[in-house]
Design a protein around this ligand. Structure first.
Ligand code: ZN
Length: 277
């Protein structure tokens, strides 16, 4: 029995380029959540073509309730909603054979459409053991600790390039070519769906080797854009200031690193100043 987890973010979906495209409550968002669902469906179809018997889609963007379940391929089940222990990687449990990142984007401080790491503001960069990571790189480490390879990544061209670094051998589909943070050359949904389906099938037919599952201790460092946010974050147990705008924490394993980083992002996000001059 082959089981696949699809972690579905939104900034890297077909056609999205602006914050309004991915922010619930805007008319544009209602269009783009449909396109996100189409990208997800294409991946589901491709994995099913290659023999996947169970496909779990984890909605991983913002409120984590973006994919339209009424339009989702019925061969998948949908994890929807917030406060999941593993967040973007919820569903990574025993028996998952492969992970796909659909609609992903580059990390904070990088070029690329709507690049960020968790917060759209305040976080300037994240390093694990000295290496810069975005959401894809972080989540790939979580998958690797469980012995599961990342087999497919979709997003803009720079997201695909980033994926080649953290998940060598995975298949990628660039649904758009980044021009700036808020502009891209976008391919149309019918074209990207065909590519995603084909690459998903190929990815599961010849996946990269499984990583050896083992708990790995990490040093996580986070750069923020204002000293008061670092001060605030350092109130959390185990989080230390390591510079005026940088905090660090030592974590015993990658799941703990992810859970503590998420809490850190909430504390940082809650301290953002309003506009003043
Ligand atoms: Zn994201």
């Amino acid at each position: 029995m082959t089981r696949v987890l699809i972690s579905a973010d939104m900034e890297g979906a077909t056609g999205t380029v602006s914050p309004a495209d991915v922010a619930a409550g805007t008319p544009r968002y209602e269009r783009f959540r449909r396109l996100l669902t189409q990208d997800v469906n294409a991946a589901v179809a491709g994995f099913a073509d290659a023999g996947a018997e169970e496909i779990v889609v984890n909605d991983a963007h913002c409120g984590m309730d973006n994919v339209l379940i009424e339009e989702l391929d019925p061969r998948a089940v949908l994890i929807v909603g917030r406060h999941k222990p593993l967040g973007m990687m919820e569903g990574l449990e025993d028996g998952i054979d492969a992970v796909a990142f659909v609609g992903y984007h580059t990390g904070a401080g990088e070029q690329g459409v709507l690049a960020h790491t968790y917060l759209s503001h305040s976080i300037l960069g994240v390093r694990i053991d000295g290496e810069p990571v975005g959401e894809g790189g972080f989540n790939a480490l979580v998958a690797a600790e469980a012995g599961v390879p990342v087999v497919l990544v979709t997003g803009d061209d720079l997201t695909c390039r980033e994926a080649a670094g953290y998940a060598p051998g995975c298949r990628t589909v660039a649904v758009k070519r980044a021009i700036s943070r808020h502009a891209a050359v976008c391919r149309t949904p019918a074209v990207t769906a065909a590519d995603i389906r084909r690459e998903a099938a190929a990815a599961l037919s010849a996946p990269p080797p499984r990583p050896t599952p083992r708990a790995t201790a990490h040093v996580v460092e986070v750069d923020v854009d204002s000293p008061h946010l670092a001060d605030r974050a350092s109130a959390l147990s185990g989080v230390e200031l390591s510079g005026p705008r940088t905090v660090r924490m030592d974590t015993p394993d990658t799941v703990t690193a992810l859970r503590r980083f998420r809490a850190l992002s909430w504390v940082i996000g809650g301290g953002r100043e309003g506009d003043w001059t």
